[in-house]
Design a protein around this ligand. Sequence first.
Ligand code: ADP
Ligand code: MG
Length: 280
Amino acid sequence: MSASTVERVLRIEGLTARVGETDILHGVDLEVRPGEVHAVMGPNGSGKSTLSHVLMGRPGYEVTGGSVTLDGVDLLALPTWQRARAGLFLALQHPTEVPGVSLESVVSEAARAAGRSTEGIRDLLVAEANRIGFDERFVSRPMNVDLSGGEKKRNEMLMMGSLEPKYAVLDEIDSGLDVDALAAVSRRVQEATEEDGLGVLAITHFSRLLEVLEPDQVHVLAAGRIQAVGGPELAERLEAEGYAGVLAEAGASVGLPTGVSHPGTHEAGFGEDPFADPLA
Ligand code: ADP
Ligand code: MG
């Protein structure tokens, strides 16, 4: 197949996954095309972060079925760094602190790995920081160390802005941000969709993020499945009414699938996990 005929889409089909003995994702279908914004909302413990980790290939998350392709590339066959190189970016719900390593070094290393020049990376990061009203000194400080939740989230944004991915999964990028930072961050993401054709999968609990970042579709994930899909009005309804009504209409319940009864236990370490907080 020639490059020109490859369909540009991040396509998740029938994705099932487990963590340890527990099945968490029970068949997720979702498509994100360049320039589109897809919001994923859902109750705590419904599998949203699990989906993000499975897409990026976090150790400890086992795919048991289904497929994920990025512009025709079989993502699930690749190690995490090659998924990043293929154009996937994940902004973590809980960004990792990396003592002794600056954001500038991380982004430079990523550029090198992708065979790109590292020249001008500092200027790019500073420009990105200015774009979201963030202090440029965070570019050279040890990454995320001693930062507030909102500052860590803005660091994730600096990475997204400078790495120029094709598709970005943003796991609760809005949590911890004050009103001004939230506006700046959502504007930055929206601009990336318009200027660079970034496709976005935005996991969030709040319709506030979606006031500037205009979702093409809102997906409700509960009990490891997409239970309902709608337009931006669905996000507003969920925020106003909660999940119960929408899920009842869809014939689903808010509860966890049987066998899942231990929210919070996933903080335990995974051994050789590049996503893990080395100080935790
Ligand atoms: P969400 O992001 O939607 O709040 P998660 O994807 O973090 O939900 O978690 C979904 C379910 O999977 C929860 O019940 C959680 O406790 C469980 N889970 C996630 N990771 C692990 C893990 N490593 N070990 C055991 N259970 C886990
Ligand atoms: Mg989560």
